[in-house]
Ligand binder design. Structure first.
Ligand code: PEP
Ligand code: MG
Length: 315
């Protein structure tokens, strides 16, 4: 019976008492966009643009990028598409945006840091996005990866607005930005929590090292606290804070994130039906209680169990 409801339940994400939580897709190329666009996801919460260029030896031109973006935006019609500017470096090296070897790539010149040294690459990408948005009429939102400070957020937001992209935000995947969310959200339009990197940097555990997976668990209470602080900053600033890390696709975690106050959850599109179903079984107050119980725990397993004990038996 539950399986039937998972398959037949459609429409926007909401708790049983109607509190909205947008359900969005993570995508990385045209094929992903066509698959996700054909489903009833409410839009895209994370388009990892660097995935288009992992095997390229030279930088794409503005025209090449715009043509590819048009094909990626088209399947979503009027649904919002959140495009992350190139997140090059560390675990996602790009040949044409390589600044040379570093002792600690994950702590180095990556993400927006790299784009600030290669403004030409950022400006070309923003120009291509503005062209593609104009051609398709799509609701394009743009966001920067690896933002650590308010001044970085302000710099990126201004540059994106100047390029003709009216909605510009930042990823919060570094503790410093989550802690300063209230301030950062005064200078930018929205934030999206990248829980993969937020776990890596909160726990000081390299996400490429499998042996550290216990530390990288998004149920680590410290990571939940970090999400809570960022959401509180969003509430004070009156700006939306979403989650686009893989944890958003775990139905139990999705309830906890909803309870912490996220406005949207972005995940692999095949996970959306299960998360939509989980939300439909619980009130916003249920979700808040689950979030509180998870944060009161002392380990990831205890946090998971505490949330699970409060979840509906059908989950
Ligand atoms: C994240 O860090 O959680 C994230 C969504 O970005 P990526 O996994 O691409 O680093
Ligand atoms: Mg990341």
């Amino acid at each position: 019976r539950a399986r039937e409801r998972v398959a037949t339940l459609t429409g926007p994400g909401q708790t049983s008492d109607g509190h909205p939580v947008m359900l969005l897709a993570n995508i990385g190329n045209v094929a992903d966009a066509e698959l996700a666009g054909a489903t009833d996801v409410e839009g895209v919460g994370l388009f990892r643009t660097e995935f288009l260029h992992l095997s390229a030896s030279t930088a794409p031109t503005v025209e090449q990028q715009a043509a590819e973006y048009v094909r990626i935006l088209a399947p979503f019609g009027e649904r919002p598409v959140t495009v992350r500017t190139l997140d090059a470096g560390a675990d996602k090296p790009l040949a044409f945006a390589d600044l040379g070897p570093e002792p600690n790539p994950a702590l180095g010149r990556r993400g927006l840091r790299l784009m600030r040294e290669r403004e030409d690459l950022l400006d070309d990408q923003l120009a291509a996005l503005a062209l593609a948005a104009a051609e398709t009429g799509a609701d394009v939102k743009v966001m920067a990866p690896m933002v650590a400070t308010t001044s970085e957020a302000a710099w990126f937001t201004r540059r994106a607005h100047d390029a003709g992209l009216p909605t510009a935000g930042v990823m919060m995947e570094v503790p410093s930005s989550a802690l300063r969310a209230q301030h950062i959200l005064k200078v930018t339009d929205f934030a999206s929590l990248g829980t993969n990197d937020l776990a890596q940097y909160t726990m000081a555990a390299d996400r490429m090292v499998g042996e550290l997976s216990d530390l990288l668990d998004p149920w680590q209470p410290a990571v939940l606290d970090m999400v809570a602080v960022a959401c509180e900053g969003g509430r004070v600033a009156g700006k939306p804070v979403g989650v686009c890390g893989e944890s958003a696709g775990d139905p139990l975690m999705a309830l906890v994130l909803a309870g912490l106050g996220v406005a949207s959850l972005s995940m692999a599109p095949q996970r959306v039906p299960m998360v939509r179903y989980a939300l439909s079984l619980h009130t916003a107050a249920d979700c808040r209680r689950m979030a509180e119980a998870a944060r009161a725990a002392d380990s990831p397993d205890e946090a998971r169990e505490a949330a699970h004990a409060l979840a509906s038996g059908e989950l």
